[in-house]
Design a protein around this ligand. Structure first.
Ligand SMILES: Nc1nc2c(c(=O)[nH]1)N[C@H]1C(S)=C(S)[C@@H](COP(=O)(O)O)O[C@H]1N2
Ligand SMILES: [Mo]
Length: 196
């Protein structure tokens, strides 16, 4: 299995400004985790693509697996070092869906009603992974079962849990927290916490 260590882990300024280290991944969610039946689970890829693609849980297991090691930076100022995830890279999507050149951004949809937006240049980074394992165990319900996104270079509200949809957008538009005052991008090293 390919191992990816996020380049953020070897930055000289590894801990972003205004953050402190904790040794725990704290649970933060807008609601209780949804009930999931894996046989019914689907991941839908749609929007600015030639054809909508719908993946089953088995389809997802067939994608090339990677192990990502990355620090996790929450906008509420805790940072957890060296979190280990197993899943597939966002770049794998380019092999299974034809993305139109009009696509500029993605909206990620979650089964708890959560959404978040990510510009394509961040979404298709090498260290962006859709994870189904955390430290070698299946994702716990409250950490995003069955599938979650991990975007190490942005604050972790962009790392959507319980992902069920990926919409390619012709222009960036705000998701759940971005509509409620969080920064549209969310770079921790620029302290892009809030939009005002
Ligand atoms: N579906 C969903 N994903 C979500 C959230 C949420 O409320 N719902 N919260 C976000 C926030 S603010 C953070 S800090 C991380 C927390 O991930 P964890 O609970 O696994 O530590 O998940 C992000 N992804
Ligand atoms: Mo967060």
């Amino acid at each position: 299995m390919k191992k990816i260590i996020s380049p953020i882990n070897s930055r000289p300024d590894r801990l972003p400004p205004g953050q402190h280290w904790t040794n725990k991944l704290h649970v933060l969610g807008i609601s209780d985790p949804p009930d999931i039946d894996l046989s019914q689970y689907r991941l839908r890829v749609f929007g600015e693509v030639e054809e909508t693609v719908v993946l089953t849980w088995d389809d997802i297991q067939d994608l090339e697996k990677v192990n990502l090691i990355a620090d996790f930076h929450c906008v509420t100022r805790w940072s957890c070092p060296d979190v280990s995830w197993i899943g597939f890279q966002s770049l794998e999507l380019k092999k299974i869906v034809n993305i139109k050149s009009s696509a500029k951004s993605v909206m990620i949809y979650s089964l708890d009603g959560y959404t978040t937006n990510i510009p394509l240049e961040y979404f298709f980074d090498e260290d962006v992974v859709f994870a189904y394992k955390l430290f070698d165990s299946p994702l716990p319900a409250d950490h995003g079962y069955p599938l979650r996104l991990v975007v190490p270079k942005l604050y972790s509200w962009k790392s959507a849990k319980h992902v069920s949809g990926i919409e390619f957008l012709p222009e960036d538009r705000p998701g759940f927290w971005e509509q409620r005052g969080y920064h549209i991008l969310g770079d921790p090293w620029k302290e892009q916490r809030y939009s005002v």
